[in-house]
Write a protein that binds this ligand. Structure first.
Ligand code: GDP
Length: 195
């Protein structure tokens, strides 16, 4: 199960992980629908992008969030684990905008919600190729802090993965963490879908 804002790179990461792009179903109702990728015995469920979307009215954004929460609660038992994708470059700026308004950033809210549902969320900070190496540690520490994970980020490598779907950096680490979760769920024999 995959969540994240629109345009953070969810489809690109699915392609990197599976080597394919097979859409099997769409649920009508919102701008970007819940999309299911068939992996044989399993599927990846890509949630609609949440949070600020330019041109999308606020009531519709709320509707999308509600739809995600309903789906998660309704399908809790079928979900092996959750993957939350962030855009490492724009995350801090967006989060600060929310905090200035006295609100909890929606990505942080989603992360703690996934934890409350015991979905073992993995957080991927995507697009790190866009951050100069000299700043990466500071940016990643800041992201962790805003998610409620005290820095340094390097102590969270079992749940937090800096990644670039463009260069492939971080993909092996992400695959390993996914394999661990599949094994922990007793589903180690079904990891063949990972490229
Ligand atoms: P989605 O809306 O979350 O499914 O995002 P997409 O996978 O469609 O990606 C949105 C845009 O970000 C596309 O133009 C991608 O080429 C680009 N993108 C995705 N991942 C990366 C990345 O790691 N680095 C860079 N520089 N661009 C990326």
């Amino acid at each position: 199960m995959l969540v994240g804002r629109s345009n953070v790179g969810k489809s690109s990461i699915i392609r990197q992980l599976t080597g394919k792009k097979v859409v099997i179903g769409r649920r009508p109702g919102v701008t970007r629908r819940i999309t299911r990728y068939n992996l044989g015995k399993m599927e990846i469920v890509d949630m609609p992008g949440f949070g600020f979307m330019s041109g999308v009215p606020k009531f519709l954004q709320e509707k999308i969030k509600t739809e995600i929460v309903r789906y998660l609660e309704g399908n809790r038992k079928r979900i092996i684990f959750a993957l939350e994708i962030l855009d490492a470059r724009s995350f801090s700026e967006i989060a600060e905008r929310w905090q200035r308004r006295g609100q909890i950033p929606v990505d942080a809210e989603m992360f703690s919600f996934l934890g409350e549902l015991n979905l073992n969320p993995l957080v991927v900070a995507n697009k790190i190729d866009l951050i100069p190496r000299a700043y990466r540690d500071a940016v990643l520490d800041d992201i962790c802090e805003k998610l409620g994970l005290p820095p340094p980020w390097r102590q969270w490598t079992d749940i937090f993965v800096p990644l670039s779907a463009k260069t492939g950096e971080g993909i092996p680490e992400l695959k390993n963490l996914i394999k661990q979760r599949m094994h922990a769920a007793g589903l180690g024999r079904y990891i063949g879908w990972l490229k």
